[in-house]
Design a protein around this ligand. Structure first.
Ligand code: PEP
Length: 251
């Protein structure tokens, strides 16, 4: 039985005071939530203070990116082990904004996935097609190519520790949400990829989140689909009430 994981991607938003207030507000509001897993992913510079606020709570903390190399001369980068050092448990990798704005390839993301696993972090690995790719009928090819590249060399035991987030790029921050049927179709295809590559015992335990304009009003229908195991939430994770509405509607 897979537990739902509802994770908030705060992206490059808020100043420290509002980030801390959001974490404290969620900690209080979600104190009695035991049915689903919850995580928030603040900007890297706020990861440590947010970890301190959420320590001992039922809300995990993730970073939005980190580098694959071990400590050394990599100006501006953050090592995976630095994240675990401050109490972080998750790291989002391969978000479409990094793939498309910063030009990250699946091969580069793969180096980070393996480094995250080696450091004991749970990577939340994002995949997803562009609108023109969906319209061209190559959604499955694109997502499978991203899966092949991002998880190259990852063992079955390691794969069980990963989360996959299917985020159709055309649905991120646009207010356009995939229909529950569109989401389920891709999630089932991702699970079939997992089965082909790792076997049913791995495919049964890996959580596949949906991301793309998830809100309180649409979360329940999408997350009731059998292969949708949670949500990666952008805009609606920036306010206590909006994020809690999602959590309360799916728990
Ligand atoms: C995201 O940032 O991963 C995301 C899905 O954003 P939004 O919920 O705002 O579409």
């Amino acid at each position: 039985m897979r537990r739902l994981l509802i994770a908030g991607n705060w992206k490059m938003n808020m100043k420290l005071d509002s980030a801390k207030a959001l974490a404290q507000g969620l900690k209080d509001a979600a104190a009695d939530v035991s049915e689903v897993d919850i995580a928030v992913c603040p900007p890297s510079v706020y990861v440590q203070p947010i970890c301190e606020i959420l320590k001992g709570s039922n809300i995990g903390v993730g970073a939005q990116n980190a580098y694959f190399e071990k400590a050394g001369a990599y100006t501006g980068e953050i090592e995976m082990a630095m994240l675990t050092d401050v109490g972080c448990q998750y790291v989002i990798l391969g978000h479409s904004e990094r793939r498309h704005i910063l030009g990250e390839s699946s091969e580069f993301i793969n180096l980070k996935v393996r480094a995250a696993l080696a450091a004991g972090l749970c990577p939340i690995v994002c995949i997803g097609e562009l609108l023109k790719e969906r319209e061209a009928g190559v959604t499955s090819d694109v997502n499978r190519r991203q899966l092949d590249g991002s998880f190259s060399g990852v063992s079955a035991d390691e794969m069980k520790k990963c989360v996959i987030a299917y985020e159709p790029v055309w649905a991120i921050g646009t207010g356009k949400v995939a229909t529950p049927e569109q989401a389920q179709e891709v999630h089932a295809d991702v699970r079939a990829w997992l089965t082909d590559r790792y076997g049913a015992d791995v495919a049964d335990v890996v959580r596949i989140q949906y991301g793309g304009s998830v809100k309180g009003g649409n979360a329940k229908e999408i997350l009731s689909k059998p292969d949708v195991d949670g949500a990666l939430v952008g805009g609606a994770s920036l306010k206590v009430d909006a994020f809690m509405e999602i959590i309360n509607n799916v728990r």
